[in-house]
Design a protein around this ligand. Sequence first.
Ligand code: ATR
Length: 278
Amino acid sequence: MTSPDRYAVIGNPISQSKSPLIHMAFAQESRQNLVYTAIEGPLGQFAATVDAFRAEGGKGLNVTLPFKLDACAYATELSEDARAAGAANALKFEGDRVQAQNFDGVGLVRDITHNLGQALQGKRVLLLGAGGASRGAILPILHQAPACLFVANRTVAKASALVQSFHANGAPATLQGGGFDELGRDAFDVIINATSASLSAATPPLPASAFAADGLAYDMVYGKGLTPFLQLARQAGVRQLADGVGMLVEQAAEAFAWWRGVRPETRAMIARISVPLV
Ligand code: ATR
């Protein structure tokens, strides 16, 4: 048997990463001869660490915090999503070529539309936050042709600047941005929390009127149970709540398919690593 192809996730810290578990399960299921490990990249030494991985025959990397911008700078070719996000979460190495992708937004959209059954076309979508997580989600959501995509942020200027940068690159007028007090009275079909508020157990300042009972409230963080945002949504009567575990597994599946040409099944893995929303 030939020696397995090498892949890894690089980040700092990295011990919490579920990517090795997910990718090794994908490899087993799809009978791909590969090993996938975790690399704790020393801060400030992303390029040298990746150079060494490639020199040992590494074929591809997932990239997580704090190296997503470094991954963009390291690449020789950026996908549209990586360029728009200004960040990459997957690299593929072929000789001197380094291709970069950002599958976070595509993974989010696939989870919402495919796994959770909420089509985004023609819907009113609200995205909370104007940081990197939000930036990466905008293009994939716009590709679904929602009726509107409103980006709301605590620091209003950041939301406005983010939306303007997408308009400057041809985004449609259905993309809007502003503060939480500019949301108006119409409810949103899908509300996605891309702020880091859940990590500090804080609640984004969202009025109950923003939630539609038959809509979806989606928190990008995962494994934290019922976050303050999801609690708020439940209190407002939203029946469908989700955390970001499906996004995590779907972005992994996208990277796996890009590297190996086989798209693995995701439902069993999502079920395996899900934490109940209580
Ligand atoms: P990431 O790359 O994960 O998106 P980031 O770039 O630091 O992280 O962005 C964090 C986002 O969460 C920002 O939009 C931030 O709002 P501000 O721009 O006003 O700082 C948002 N955020 C963090 N804590 C929040 C809270 N308690 N309430 C509302 N928004 C919060």
